[in-house]
Design a protein around this ligand. Structure first.
Ligand code: 2HA
Ligand code: ZN
Length: 269
């Protein structure tokens, strides 16, 4: 079958990164059933032939008016699709959409009329904000990392930067590769406007935010980099749990050792 990815190696590489990440999410046990979503702004790979491609769906409302998305194109995981299926067949379990000139609706253009993620309004609102800020970030990833979610069932880890400092202190790499830490958003209904708004506010200060008792939402230059930030945080949670299972409370790196990291790696916090 003809695919939008055919003879477009740069676009295919971006979609293949999403597929690779989807496989990791499944293997890690972070993507049960249809859990999680990935959306990537692929506008930079759009050529005249793509711009001329006809819609293969009706125009559908986004649920928000997002002025910075005018003329943008996104690859989105399909609603009710499984990450483990997307890993093998990204264009049968996700689709490419074009934002229409009203900035409030979209059409699907390729490869198949796969309806995008239930979290489309929040993912696209975040992308609108990233463009408004001039951010280089092009990908948003939502997933259900077991150990990080477990931590949010304990009120002390919901206090500002308590989880961040604990996770940073478990291994130097976590502060180096997730230098803005983990933002926390108190429980809100999945897919709600309230959750989308809180996510946008928290992403002003963090690249990865935790939805209490639900999952994380991360942004970065591509799907792989967003995955890496979540992966280092969850690795720290696993080290913490391993130490607890050995019967002791881990000391963690000292504040001095973490400050030394920030200076050596020129980190923002
Ligand atoms: O799309 O994880 O929160 C499945 C989800 C929604
Ligand atoms: Zn979810």
């Amino acid at each position: 079958m003809n695919s939008i990815l055919t003879n477009r190696p740069l676009l295919a590489a971006e979609v293949n990164k999403v597929a690779e990440v989807a496989g990791y999410l499944w293997q890690k046990g972070w993507a049960e059933r249809n859990g999680g979503n990935i959306t990537v702004n692929i506008t930079e790979y759009v050529d005249e032939a793509i711009q001329a491609m006809p819609a293969i769906s009706e125009a559908k409302p986004i649920g928000a008016t997002l002025p910075h998305l005018k003329g943008c194109y996104f690859y989105c995981k399909g609603t009710n699709k499984r990450m483990r299926d997307l890993a093998r067949w990204p264009m049968a379990n996700g689709s490419v959409i074009r934002i229409l000139d009203d900035c409030a609706s979209y059409v699907i253009i390729a490869d198949q009329p796969v309806q995008p993620t239930s979290e489309l309004p929040s993912h696209l609102s975040v992308h609108n904000q990233l463009i408004a800020k001039g951010s280089p970030y092009k990908a948003s990833v939502h997933t259900h990392p077991i150990e990080l979610i477990a931590m949010t069932h304990c009120p002390k880890y919901l206090e500002k930067d308590v989880a961040t400092n604990l996770l940073w202190s478990m291994i130097p790499e976590t502060k180096a590769f997730c230098p803005r830490g983990l933002g926390i958003i108190p429980y809100k209904l999945p897919s709600s406007v309230e959750l989308a708004g809180a996510t946008m506010r928290e992403l002003e200060d963090y690249d990865v935010v935790m939805w209490e008792k639900h999952g994380v939402f991360a942004v970065d230059v591509d799907a792989m980099a967003a995955f890496d930030q979540i992966d280092v945080l969850n690795k720290s949670a696993l080290i913490y749990i391993a130490a607890k299972n050995m019967g002791f409370e881990p000391d963690g790196m000292s504040q001095l050792q973490m400050q030394e990291m920030s200076v050596a790696f020129n980190l923002p916090k």
